[in-house]
Ligand binder design. Sequence first.
Ligand SMILES: [Ca+2]
Length: 540
Amino acid sequence: MGLESKAFVAIHFYQPLMPGVFFNVRPINFGPLKRLYPLIAGLIILIATAGCVPYGKVPRPNIIVFLVDDMGWQDTSLPFWKEETRFNQLYETPAMERLAKEGMRFTQAYATSVCTPTRVSLMTGMNAARHRVTNWTLRKDQQPVADDDLLQQPDWNVNGLSPEPGIPQSVYATPLPKILKMYGYKTIHVGKAHFGAIGTPGADPLNLGFDLNIAGHAAGAPASYYGEDAFGNNRSPKPVWAVPGLEAYHDQDIYLTEALTQEAIKSIDQSLEEDSPFFLYMAHYAVHTPIQGDNRFLQKYYDKGMDSTEAMYASMVEGMDKSLGDLMDHLEAKNIDDNTIILFMSDNGGLSAVARGGERHTHNFPLSSGKGSAREGGIREPMIVKWPKKVSPNTQSQNLVIIEDFFPTIMDMANVGEYYPDQVVDGISFTRSLEGKTVEGRSLFWHYPNRWGPQGPGIGSTSTVRSGDWKLIYYHASRDFELFDLANDIGETTNLAKEAPEKLKSLAQELTDHLKSVNAQMPTDKRTGALVEYPSEILP
Ligand SMILES: [Ca+2]
């Protein structure tokens, strides 16, 4: 047993004397031993720390999760494919290029296809089928999108993540920042939260173990990106989307992305003054709708002859990238860049079914479709990790990674050792990938028994598996299958379900086994009143 786990046990044991400080561990009835608490606790702490580095002195790197909202795999000048695309030539993201030169680029990294499921998986390490926050959240006890005529959505966790047990229709779990805080991190939330519904504990990042919350609440988009518009706060009635907590920037000529960056830099400086390692969850609202131009960068995209909506979108992408560059500059200026890990990720694919300029479902080319879809355009993400002295600079990994893997990986990065969250962690640490090793044999799973709203390829109630280069999508309403060979068909243009029946059968079985193992919720077919079958059950 390592020092940290000894300390952990000590802390657990000590819990009755320090209620509410650490985990919500299940209460132990020590009864008549109560009077001996101070003696027992003192002995345990003595044993745990004898001959070891004191608990508070274990060196821990700073960790930044830089999470972009709705950014597509191709919304960057940094190629994530074997060749540069026209989008790589259109977008300008120099800071992402700089980060990739200093770290590792993941070319096959995944999230879920919409916001909240990804964020809950990141904070808990759970696969969406298990945590059951399978769609985006907003209002307490309400689905954000009504059923369609064919399927009734299951009783999924519409209230999102909860740090407290007993909240109806929520998943109770020990959130990532709560554990990091226990290990001495100053935990900072900046930007979009979108973990829990309005009026539930999970709506407020402070309840999840963050020491600071700048601008995060239940809503998953800003009413406005403009300081002149007080980020939506001056409207009457005030929309639920009005961004909280940035009053100092109201009526100023400042873009939301920049205001959040300035606040993040202040919070880093505060951590340095307090001599604490920090965990900064820098979760930008950009580049989610509303698509509103970032005037610092807009003109150059007009000059490229782009559609006006697309020019505005590209300016939002570059504004986000400048934030990354400013943070990297600040780490260097404070001489902490060598002790700060940066994980860059997006929470779902680029929006393509609505609100964009140009032809629908083409904005993530060569990938098919976009946000809300089980196709690659909805789930494949730009991901970069810089880990000084650990990750070789300017490297790439083709290993499969999915969003719930961030949780155990960050535990490794933070030197947490053994830890005991209240949930089952499905994610697998990708530290081996970061060491440059090839990791094979890992299958990834998605489950979306819900309705998103807009229509398009791969959009709908689905379950999906990726195994090796093969991917199977099971459509709940039609019971249809799509089978793709991604190595040769990254655009998912050719359905091989009929040509490769054995592969179809094995993937349908693997997907079924996963869904059953996590007790996944299936929708109900309104025509029959019965639950939709698992994929293997409808094959001959
Ligand atoms: Ca999103």
